[in-house]
Design a protein around this ligand. Structure first.
Ligand SMILES: *[C@@H]1O[C@H](CO)[C@@H](O)[C@H](O)[C@H]1NC(C)=O
Ligand SMILES: *[C@@H]1O[C@H](CO)[C@@H](O)[C@H](O)[C@H]1NC(C)=O
Ligand SMILES: *[C@@H]1O[C@H](CO)[C@@H](O)[C@H](O)[C@H]1NC(C)=O
Ligand SMILES: *[C@@H]1O[C@H](CO)[C@@H](O)[C@H](O)[C@H]1NC(C)=O
Length: 349
């Protein structure tokens, strides 16, 4: 599951202002939600996008808001089909999304990010082991640019998940010059340099993580003193690592400065856990399939409790890049009554 950068303070909800969120879920499309501050908390109300809930396909895996041209890009992982799609929507004044472009692409897109000051978009494709780049047209529509496709000579340490390379996310560095791509199947962080003139990506280097780690998602932090760290959460080893980042001019040099289990420091990982997401606020990470909490049923007439996944809150030491948990450990669910399996939540920033 993917959230856009989470900063409730940044939402400026104090004046009873409402914020529009968009959420996606497998099997039920895209939803437009309103987050409002009420006495004692927040309320979230939502509707499927009128007439458009399946406009981005059935297996919507990721939403990206392009801050430069006010477009929401939506990808359909399109399980079982030969191709996936990337759909462009313009938010309307009431928070609904108006579709204006759909591009067919390689199968299984799972994440996108806008780069080069809004000139281009890059997508990670999980099952086709590929990366595609797209020119963003003045209309906000897309035009295909590049395809990078990867292979493994032999399956990885966990053959059932590492049968081939699996490109899982695309992360823009704070300087806007590089893309880091966690490859879950190949146990690599693939680093690309952005050519600011042509908007194309060029392969710069790869960083090999411990075999069997399965890097999935990540986020960067540039501290007030100018040091840059990269945090990567790995699904197969259920681990979180920090790297200090050195800019070499043409590439990024990563040095691991911290490694821990993703379920807090020195706490055994529950069986079946799947580390999922890392975002910066403090640093929040999520684990799927854990059922660490039981929460009351959302239907007040129903006394059966519901299992909830865990959200883990880490503090970052800006001097070293190391992480700490203060025991903060929350249930995962912000309940929105949407059917299917939620995949992505972003807001109108
Ligand atoms: C929101 O606005 C769009 C376009 O302006 C319109 O088509 C749609 O019906 C509106 N939805 C609601 C719920 O008012
Ligand atoms: C659709 O999928 C096929 C099979 O992988 C691929 O050859 C083709 O390039 C894809 N189409 C587009 C527009 O990417
Ligand atoms: C960007 O691409 C252009 C055209 O291929 C090339 O001349 C230029 O050297 C590239 N810039 C960098 C920084 O690689
Ligand atoms: C009560 O909630 C449980 C857990 O969500 C659900 O499986 C069950 O169907 C619900 N019972 C009724 C009568 O709605």
């Amino acid at each position: 599951m993917h959230f856009s950068r989470l900063s409730l303070a940044g939402l400026a909800l104090s004046q009873a202002a409402a914020v529009t969120l968009w959420a996606s879920a497998y099997n039920s499309g895209v939803f437009s939600l309103t987050l409002e501050q009420v006495e004692g908390g927040y309320t979230l109300t939502g509707e499927p996008i009128p007439g458009g809930s399946t406009a981005c396909g059935i297996y919507v895996s990721w939403l990206t808001k392009d801050q430069y041209d006010n477009v929401v890009y939506c990808v359909d992982e399109a399980w079982g089909l030969a191709n996936g799609t990337i759909t462009s929507f313009k938010p309307t004044s009431n928070g609904s999304l108006a579709l204006f472009d759909t591009e067919r692409t390689l199968a299984s897109p799972v994440a996108t990010v806008v780069y080069n000051g809004g000139a281009a978009l890059v997508a990670a494709h999980y099952d086709t082991s590929s990366v595609t780049t797209w020119k963003i047209l003045p209309s906000g529509g897309l035009k295909a640019m590049q395809v990078f496709q990867y292979q493994l000579e032999a399956p990885g340490t966990i053959p059932s998940r590492q049968d081939k390379p699996h490109e899982h996310e695309v992360i823009l560095d704070p300087s806007g010059s590089f893309i880091v791509l966690p490859d879950l199947g190949a146990d690599l962080l693939r680093i690309f340099a952005i050519n600011k003139t042509t908007r194309m990506l060029a392969e710069s280097s790869t960083y090999a993580v411990i075999p069997g780690t399965g890097p999935r998602h990540g986020t960067f932090l540039k501290t007030e003193t100018g040091t840059t760290y990269l945090f990567i959460i790995a699904e197969l080893a259920n681990a979180i690592a920090s790297y200090s980042v050195k800019y070499t001019g043409t590439g990024l040099e990563l040095t691991q400065v911290f490694l821990s289990g993703a379920y807090r420091i020195n706490v055994a990982i529950p069986a079946g856990a799947g580390a999922a997401e890392a975002i910066l606020s403090y640093l929040l990470t999520s684990l799927r399939h854990v059922a660490s909490f039981q929460i009351p049923n959302f239907d007040s007439r129903n006394s059966t409790t519901i299992p909830s996944d865990a959200l883990i809150i880490w503090t970052i030491d800006p001097a070293t890049g190391k992480l700490k948990t203060d025991g903060s450990f929350r249930d995962f669910v912000v309940h929105v009554d949407i059917a299917g399996s939620p995949t992505s939540v972003i807001w109108d920033e």
